[in-house]
Write a protein that binds this ligand. Structure first.
Ligand SMILES: Cc1ncc(COP(=O)(O)O)c(C=O)c1O
Length: 646
């Protein structure tokens, strides 16, 4: 058990920077959902529900605890309590809405394994979800195996989506015999004959569902998953054929569930309501056709408010969880009630909203590149090129009334000077002087703009051009693939020093040396910005950042770009008294691990290198002692972490 260190610093005077100002700047109270905040000592805290109130732990204390256990940065921190809290919130919100509206059936959630397949995450979901009968959605054979091994028969449902072959279906049918409630959702008409055949062979009647292709289209990044041309699901004609086939085979009693999934991260509640309404029409008619029904599965889509703006922007949502539950239940009640049909069990497959909050990627800053102008000589040398002299003149004329003209002139002269250099007409020193003058001009203009009430049009990218580059010990491709692939915006902030004014602006680069390996979209309470306010790095002192809300989709989609492997993972449980236990540590990939993923055999590499070293001894290039040292270095590197190690 880790005792949190007491770190109470004097609160700065109002004239200085306060943690409250930082909280406002970074918008942590908007996107943190009450789970993350900034304490009076300037450190980011994790706040978890505890016996009716909340208990907080400093992220810096967590980092210290992990380092004392030998876990180096970067670390993926999983906070078990937040997974527990989100499952509880989802189930309790539905329960409250069901009670308040007098709905006559229950809610049963299933977690889609694809959203975070990590063993420990699924174990925790099964554990925390058990009291609500929360189940699992499996989209493949491998995921079905996970579901069967994680859930007890008779507890949470198992919903099988995706393409299913005989092996998949046999296992699902046998699961029914064991007492699992295991639904096969038909995604295509071709699945039915296989299910019928397996069912006859094994003598087990299936629990069937159909995925319907709704006409409703949704806003947001995944809007391609919705509408007539969505890839998955059955068309109305195929649903009618399915019903006819089931009737012919006297299996209408097996048809119990209607499912749709409109795509992830649906930001607008109007779209959610519209889809439920359309699905209810299908449900009513399936029932009228004689299908048993009883379950309505609304898929995923419950969004996470990544930017905290509470709008229908793609990284936000314009509804609360209570509104989500109430709107769904009201829509079902009004549509089915009018048709005199019993209320179905409501199933949702919320993935993102269940796991996003529970993981934070922590990393340290390794280095900084500053775009800071150097000292300028008082005068440009007499024999310097005219264009460089002109550029220097521009610097002298920056003022609130002239800065736009100065900016245009500076850009013109810089381009001309670069052309001269390319043609070999000026020397490197002249170019360097011109670049320095140019940076001075940009800084001068920036100072003028900062005093203006709003950034004038055309100057939005000035901030970006002058921002520092902070190099972080992480890989975007491995730990935040959606940042690269779909420009997903996650909250990123320093996890300490919030009692100091963040006096600089920066973008964050990772250590993959890839031009895409960077984060340059940041959340501030004022909106999405291309640069992030940061503190100046202090020599010899570590500076730590956290990327928050990364529990959904990131871990499994990550790849081995530049052979950066899995990070260290630490799972913590925060106790009621504010202490924490590190309940699991999983070492990140070693270099030998990642090499073996791309089909190298570390032992063979070692042997090849040994021969090279042996030859060097034979040729007299190194001594035997040097051979020994170099072989040890090679072997230590194979065992080492793929990230920057201190
Ligand atoms: C069928 C299905 N259900 C549920 C989900 C999870 O969606 P979300 O993470 O938005 O809850 C997905 C993922 O997109 C899915 O394909």
């Amino acid at each position: 058990m880790q005792k949190p260190a007491k770190k109470l610093k004097a609160v700065p005077s109002p004239a200085e920077w306060t943690p409250t100002e930082s909280a406002e700047l970074y918008g942590i109270r908007n996107w943190g959902a009450g789970y993350f905040d900034i304490a009076d000592n300037g450190e980011v805290t994790v706040c978890v529900p505890s016996s009716g109130s909340r208990v907080s732990v400093s992220v810096m204390d967590l980092i210290a605890g992990l380092q004392q256990r030998g876990l180096q940065m970067p670390v993926l921190l999983r906070i078990e309590n937040l997974l527990d809290a989100q499952i509880t919130l989802l189930n309790e919100s539905f329960r409250r809405a069901i009670d308040a509206l007098g709905y006559k059936a229950e809610y049963r959630g299933v977690f889609p394994i694809k959203v975070n397949q990590q063993c420990q995450v699924i174990e925790e979901i099964a554990h925390f979800g058990a009291r609500y009968g929360h189940g699992l959605e499996a989209g493949s054979k491998a995921e079905l195996l996970i579901a069967l091994a994680s859930l007890e028969p008779g507890s949470g449902y198992i919903v099988c989506n995706g393409y299913k072959d005989e092996e998949f279906i046999d296992l699902g049918l046998q699961a029914l015999q064991l007492g699992y409630k295991c639904f096969f959702v038909l995604e295509t008409p071709a699945e039915l004959p296989i299910i019928l055949q397996c069912s006859r062979r094994l003598g087990i009647r299936p629990m069937l569902g159909a995925r319907v292709k709704l006409a409703a289209r949704v806003e947001g990044h995944w809007n391609e998953s919705s509408g007539d041309r969505s890839i998955f699901g059955l068309t109305t004609a195929q649903i009618v054929e399915l019903i006819d086939a089931l009737r012919e085979n006297e299996m209408l009693d097996c048809m119990q569930l209607l499912h749709y999934h409109l795509g992830s991260q649906i930001p607008n509640i109007r779209d959610i309501r519209g889809a439920v309404l359309e699905a209810c029409r299908y449900y009513v008619d399936l029932k009228r056709e004689g299908a048993a029904m009883g379950y309505l599965d609304l898929g995923g889509g419950l969004a996470v408010d990544y930017d905290g703006s509470q709008t229908n922007y793609q990284y936000s949502k314009n509804y609360s969880l209570d509104e989500y539950c109430t709107d769904i239940i009201e829509t079902i009640m009004s549509t089915l009630g009018a048709a005199g049909i019993e209320h179905p069990v409501i199933v949702t497959e919320s993935g993102r909203a269940t796991v996003a909050y529970s993981s934070v990627l922590l990393f340290n800053i390794l280095d900084v590149t500053r775009f800071e102008p150097g000292e300028l000589p008082p005068d440009v040398p007499e024999d310097e090129h005219e264009l460089v002299k002109n550029l220097r003149e521009v610097l002298n004329t920056i003022a609130p009334k002239t800065f736009k003209e100065c900016y245009n002139d500076a850009q013109y002269y810089r381009e001309e000077i670069r052309d001269l250099f390319r043609r070999g007409q000026i020397r490197l020193r002249s170019l360097s002087l011109a670049e320095n003058i140019y940076l001075h001009i940009l800084r001068g203009i920036q100072t003028v703009i900062q005093n203006a009430r709003r950034v004038p049009a055309g100057f939005d990218d000035l901030e970006e051009a002058l921002a520092d580059i902070y190099y972080g010990n992480f890989s975007v491709f491995q730990s935040l693939p959606d940042v690269w692939a779909i420009e997903q915006v996650f909250p990123v902030i320093p996890v300490h020093r919030h009692d100091e004014r963040p006096g600089r602006r920066a973008i964050l680069a990772d250590i993959t040396c890839d031009s895409d390996g960077k984060i340059d979209n940041f959340i501030e309470s004022s909106g999405i910005r291309k640069t992030l306010p940061v503190h100046a790095c202090i020599d010899g002192e570590p500076y730590y950042f956290g990327v928050f809300l990364v529990g959904a989709y990131q871990e499994t989609l990550g790849d081995l770009h530049n052979l950066m492997g899995d990070t260290n993972v630490a799972s913590v449980r925060i106790n009621d008294d504010g202490t924490f236990d590190v309940i699991r540590e999983i070492g990140g990939d070693s270099i030998a691990d990642v090499l073996s993923y791309v089909e190298y055999q570390p032992q063979q590499l070692m042997e090849q290198f040994r021969r090279t070293a042996e030859q060097a001894v034979r040729d007299g290039r190194i001594t035997l002692a040097q051979r020994q040292t170099v072989m040890e270095s090679f072997s230590a590197s194979l065992r080492g972490y793929t990230y920057y190690e201190h």
